[in-house]
Design a protein around this ligand. Structure first.
Ligand code: N01
Length: 481
């Protein structure tokens, strides 16, 4: 059987896509999921303290509000359970092929179809929606001798709860979003904790708090009120674009707030100095936490800022030749983003790899489609990620365009791809804009690819992206029937 639409991944993107297609009356769809459960990054990231740094009322589907969030910034178990709930309510489980690891997606020019190879057999589809996730492939640090360590090594995104940290000597590499959440949680349990910082992060106070039963009841009986709260949060975040994109010098206000936060929470001036970033706030992802800095006042927690030389069987040796001995090493070292392996598995009509789009060698159209990849769509494609707001807003915008395009394709049994001109105009337009933004002010971050090009971030207000993706523009596409 030839599928109308094959969706890869069952996280926020894949589930959202399936719901939208179903609501538009498009049937004969399937979701391929490599794991044995749904949920994407919110299934995989189970490290202690994992939570979302975007408020839950905004970090949820607009069409599936949840009046029962127990915290304004929910923790991972609650977000994962929200996704389970959404899947059940929309009867998505029968569509999901669990334990199907997609190893190749190639366009067959003769049959004008996509051939999807999985570890459990091959499938064919007229259209493909890639929803494999930008933060799906954990990156282990490229440090000499890592494999020689005698104890357990675990990445935060592959947390192994069977490793008992009680009383252990633990080293954690990285001080990004994942580390900032894990460190305060494990510090009271471990014997000692050494945090290896290569670059300090800007950290702002966390505004999250528990939601009262009364508010939950109010949201249940007055959904408009929750909509209002969501809209308020959305517009507050959009204002940040003025600093991130229009005039990065405005970020000094945030920098002052962060420095004051650090001063209040870290009494030792020498330690404060080592924790103070020397790049513009926003250039790397801005973090929020109220309990990370105070953790360093604990007797059993140390910040290590000497660079790592290598890992040895007993621990981590730093460049000053000190061996830091550990029982367990945790790597909070992020993900393959611009070099996400999914890109190397997808081949277009001329055999080219989709990975070229993130390397910056291939133009894309609205971060969603690519010339020579007919009827193939990517959620979270190039330059659709955000530094200031909810990625789900971006996914829903992309889905407006995707669903309209798929409808045209099905109605006319057509193969649709963006014209080279339309894709070039879109891609060049964004690339010309990016150097003037906060992400171009000079720092290393996962937003930049190996060539230093920003192929991840949307450099504008998100409502502008929503407007751009509202319609299917025939003039921007080649439609072959
Ligand atoms: O990863 P990161 P993350 N030697 O890439 C360091 C989302 N997220 O998992 O800055 C030594 O930010 C690296 O150092 P440096 C969110 O979008 C969201 O924390 O490159 N250190 C850095 O400190 C986030 O941005 C939430 O110098 C090495 C750290 O490892 C994204 O996921 C929660 C090293 C990696 O930081 C990624 O966050 C968690 C090496 N060889 C994650 N290699 C929410 O709250 C790397 N590092 C929604």
């Amino acid at each position: 059987m030839i599928l109308n639409v094959a969706i890869v991944g069952s996280g926020f993107g894949g589930l959202g896509a399936a719901i939208r297609l179903k609501r538009e009356g498009i049937g004969n769809i399937a979701i391929f999921e490599r794991a044995d459960d749904l949920g994407g990054t919110w299934r995989d990231n189970t490290y202690p303290g994992c939570r979302c740094d975007v408020a839950s009322n905004l970090y949820s589907f607009s069409f599936a509000p949840n009046p029962k969030w127990s915290n304004t910034y929910s923790y991972q178990p609650e977000i994962w359970s929200y996704l389970q709930d959404v899947a059940t309510k929309n009867d998505l489980r029968p569509l999901i092929h669990f334990n199907h690891d997609v190893t190749d997606i190639s366009y067959d020019r003769t049959d004008r179809l996509w051939r999807i190879t999985t570890n459990q057999g091959d499938f064919q589809a007229r259209s493909v929606i890639l929803a494999a996730g930008g933060l799906a492939e954990p990156r282990m640090p490229d440090i000499e001798g890592l494999a020689s360590f005698k104890g357990p090594i675990m990445h935060t995104a592959k947390w192994d709860a069977s490793v008992d940290l009680t009383g252990k000597r633990v080293g954690i590499i990285g001080t990004g979003a994942s580390a900032v959440q894990t460190v305060p949680q494990i510090a009271p349990t471990v014997g000692s904790l050494e945090v290896f910082q290569r670059t300090p992060s800007w950290i702002l106070p966390h505004l999250g708090h528990d939601v009262t039963q009364r508010s939950m009841r109010l949201f249940s009986i007055a959904p408009l009120l929750q909509k209002f709260v969501r809209a308020f949060g959305y517009w507050q975040r959009e204002l940040m674009v003025l600093g991130f994109v229009k005039d990065p010098s405005r970020m000094t206000k945030g920098e002052t707030m962060s420095r004051e936060h650090l001063e209040r929470q870290v009494p030792d001036p020498e330690l404060r100095d080592r924790m103070t970033p020397n790049y513009r706030l926003g250039c790397k992802r801005v973090l929020i936490s109220n309990d990370y800095y105070p953790t360093f006042s604990r007797e059993n927690v140390t910040l290590v800022t000497e660079a790592i030389k290598r890992v040895e069987p007993q621990g981590i040796r730093t460049v000053d030749d000190v061996l830091h001995e550990f029982d367990v090493i945790i790597t909070a070292t992020g993900f393959y983003v611009t070099d996400n392996p999914i890109g190397t598995k997808v081949h277009g009509a001329k055999g080219e790899q989709l990975a070229e789009a993130f390397r910056g060698d291939m133009a894309n159209y609205k971060g969603t489609m690519f010339p020579n990849f007919p009827n193939l769509f990517m959620l979270g494609g190039p330059n659709t990620a955000l530094g200031h707001s909810s990625i789900i807003f971006m996914h829903e915008s992309q889905l407006n365009y995707i669903v309209k395009t798929i409808k045209v394709a099905l109605l006319r049994d057509a193969r649709i791809e963006p014209t080279v001109d339309a894709a070039r105009t879109w891609t060049q337009g964004l690339q010309e804009k990016l150097p003037g933004t906060v992400w171009g002010t000079g720092c290393s971050s996962w937003y930049l690819n190996e060539q230093g090009k920003n192929t991840t971030i949307w450099p504008d207000f998100t409502f502008k992206f929503r407007k751009e993706t509202r319609h299917f523009e025939p003039k921007d596409h080649e439609i072959s029937v």
